[in-house]
Design a protein around this ligand. Structure first.
Ligand code: ADP
Length: 248
């Protein structure tokens, strides 16, 4: 394994009752990169994410994280190792404040938080750490707002903050700009770029403007298999990719 690969899959395969949704996929995610997983609907992107977080068990193939074979590792251990998938908005508690939601994200991976919280000074430290994360995603001014009252784009930013609270080494972002207007797309693109510093990001994304402006590397899937892997310039001029997208 090359020394700067944080995540690698070898012939990763998932079939559902004989239907092959992910077919011998070799992914190569370099440490520190923003890596995009793209492909037409039904290409197998979500199934890949589910395999990487162990929500699904592979039918065959291997997954390596930092060179370690994690194919048999349980979901909770995967998170503790530093692979964290962004929560969908539905997993952010709408009736809690923005700060409280980040605190919950923090508590998900820090099992000693109960002890940590036993003194007021510790709670202050925890809140201050949460505020740093909110500042990172430009949400500090909303810290005491009820989450349900946030505009959609800000809720997605909160999702990223709760993911950051779990201290990811590898962040998996699921269509981070989906359903957003232009302004929010631009803000989210810059945010992803910003939070990628010192972290690795693997994201499923459909917006080609977002991908071309921030993705260091792209894996294109179609019908479960890898069509191409490379820079935007490389994959966008690949005839097999053009055919899969345009049918040309
Ligand atoms: P994408 O995220 O790229 O749109 P998916 O990973 O959701 O694609 O799906 C890939 C293929 O696998 C699709 O044809 C889908 O219908 C099929 N699939 C996904 N999950 C299941 C499942 N649990 N059972 C049967 N087929 C599934």
């Amino acid at each position: 394994m090359e020394k700067d690969l944080i995540l690698e899959t070898k012939q990763l395969t998932k079939s559902f009752l004989g239907f092959i949704a992910v077919n011998n996929v070799d992914l190569h995610v370099q440490r520190g990169n923003i890596h995009a997983l793209i492909g037409p609907n039904g290409a197998g992107k979500t199934t890949c994410f589910n395999l990487l977080t162990k929500f699904l068990k592979p039918t065959s193939g291997k997954i390596y994280f930092n060179g370690e074979n994690i194919t048999q590792t349980k979901p909770a251990q995967i998170a503790r190792k530093g692979i964290i998938r962004s929560f969908q908005i539905s997993a952010v508690f709408p009736e809690l404040t923005v700060l409280e939601n980040v605190r919950i994200g923090f508590q998900r991976t820090h099992t000693n938080t109960y002890n940590f919280l036993r003194s007021d000074s510790s709670l202050n430290r925890l809140n201050n750490r949460c505020r740093e994360l909110l500042a990172e995603v430009d949400l500090l001014e909303f810290e005491n707002h009820i989450t349900a009252d946030l505009p959609y784009g800000r809720k997605r930013a909160l999702e990223i903050a709760t993911t950051l609270a779990m201290e990811p080494e590898l962040m998996l972002l699921d269509e981070p700009t989906q359903g957003m207007g232009l302004e929010d797309v631009e803000r989210t693109t810059q945010l992803i770029k910003k939070v990628s510093t010192g972290r690795t990001i693997l994201m499923v994304e459909h917006n080609m403007n977002v991908i071309s402006s921030i993705a260091d590397c792209i894996t294109v899937l179609a019908r479960g298999a890898v069509l191409a892997e490379g820079t935007y310039a490389e994959v966008s001029t690949n005839p097999a990719v053009m055919e899969a997208y345009m049918g040309t």
